[in-house]
Design a protein around this ligand. Sequence first.
Ligand code: ARG
Length: 493
Amino acid sequence: MRKDVVRQGRLSGTRSAAITRYLSSMEADRSIARADLLVDIAHVLMLDTQKINKRAVTKPIVATLLGYYDDGIPDEIFDEQYEDVHAGIESLLIESIGAEAGGRMHVGRSRNDEVATCIRIRIREDLLAQMAALLKVRATLLAIADKHIESAMPGFTHLQHAQPTTLAHHLLAYEQAFSRDFDRLQSAYTRVNLSPLGAAAFASTGYPIDRNLTAHLLGFDGLVTNTMDAVATRDFALETLADLSIMMANTSRLCEELVLWSSAFVRFVTLDDAVCSTSSIMPQKKNPDVAELMRAKSGAVFGAFGGAFVTVKGLPMSYNRDLQDLTPHLWRGVQDAHESIVILAEMLDGATFDTERMAEEAGKGNSTATELADSLVRTYGLPFRTAHNIVGRAVQKGNLSLATLEAAAQEVDTKISLKKLGLTNDEIDRMLDVQYSLSLRTAPGGPAPAATKKSIAQRKKQLNADSAGTKKIQAALNLAEKILITSARRLVA
Ligand code: ARG
C-alpha cells in the first residue's frame, strides 16, 4: 500500500477501507487536479525567487511537476488511499525524487489555502465556459427574433390570451433574461478570481513568501487579503451556484414553453427529432424529452446550491473539513448547468416555428380589446375607465360589435352614444386588427416592428461587447499559464 505523507507522523494504527474512502475527496478532486499542478508550480517558483528553497531543490520538483503537466497526471495519484489530490501529488513526488527535495514543496502553505486556490482556478474556467455558452444561446435567440419581427402571436397572462405580440418580442424577453444571467456570472468572476494562496492554514506563515507573486503567476486579479477569510470562505462558490440557479430558472421557463408549444393543441413549434424521444408502446409519439429534462435540471442545480449552502451555514472560522463536502455540489451544479445551456442553444437552433398557427391564435379571446378601449379614449375622448367598462360589458354580451358596444355604453352612462359619436362596424374592425394593435406599441422594448428592430440592434451591440470582454479575460488567463509554464521550463533547462 502507498504511503500518504501527510498522515505518517501524528497518527498510528490502521483504518478500514470504508473510513479511508469516507475521508478522501479524491473522486471530486479530479476536477481540480490540473489546477493543483499549476498551484504547485507557482508556489515552488515563488519559494525559489524568495530564496526559501535552493535552486537545487526547486529544479527536481519543477521538472517532476512539468512531467505531470506534459504527460498527464499519473493514475496512482488518484488512489483513494490519499486523503486528496494534494496529498497524492506530494506523496508521489517524494516517492520519485526523495524527501530531501520533494519534502520541501509544501513549505509555507497548507492544504487549506491550496484547495481554496484550486477551486477558484477551476471555477473561473467553468464560469468562462458558461458565459460562452450563454453568448451562444443569446446569439441564437437574436437570430430567430431577427426573422420574426412581424410574426404575430398571442401574448399571455395567466396563460390566457391577453394581447397580441410577436415571436421576436417573446424571444427577446428571454434574451434579456439570459443577458442578466451573463452579467451575474461576469460579476461573480471578479470575486472568484482572487488568490487565497499564502494564507496557509489560516494564519499565513513566518517564511518570507510573496503572495502577490503567486497570485500574478496564476492569473489572479488580486488577493483574498485576510488569511483567515481566504481559507474559510466559500461564498464565491455559493454565489456561483446561486447565479446558475437563477439562470436555470430562466431556462426552465423557456423549456416549459417549448413543451407547451410543441403540444398538438398549441402547435407553435416543432422541435428537431434529435431533442425528442418516442414511446415504447405508442408508436406515434414524439416527446420533447430534452426540454423536460432541462426543466428538471433547474431543480438539480438549485439542489446543488441548497446542499452547498447548508454545508457552510453555522461553520465556525476558519477551515473545517465540512468544506470538503461542499465541492462535489459545486461541480455537479456547474456541470448540469453547463450541459443544459450548451444543449439549449442547439435545441433552439433546430426548432421550427409555425407562424401561421401563431397568427391564427394572435387575435383570439378578444385579445385586441385593450386596443379597442384605448381607441375609444383616443378617438372620442372617453375616460379610460369608462371605455374599459364599456368594452368589458360588450365582451360579456358575446362579441365586440356596434350593437353590443352601444348597449354597453348605455348601461354605463345613458348620455354616452357611441353611434352618435360616429363609431361604425368598419371602425371597430380597424380598431380590433392585430397588426394595428402591434403597430401602435412603439414604446422602447415594445412589440411594434420599429421598436423591435431597435431592440435587436441594441441587443446585438451588447452581445458583441460581452463576447469581446469574455475573450479578453480568457486571453489573459491563457497568457498567465503560458508565462508560468515557460518560466518553469526555463528554470529546469
Ligand atoms: N481535501 C480537502 C478539501 O477539499 C483539502 C483540505 C484539507 N485540509 C485539512 N485541514 N484536512 O477541503
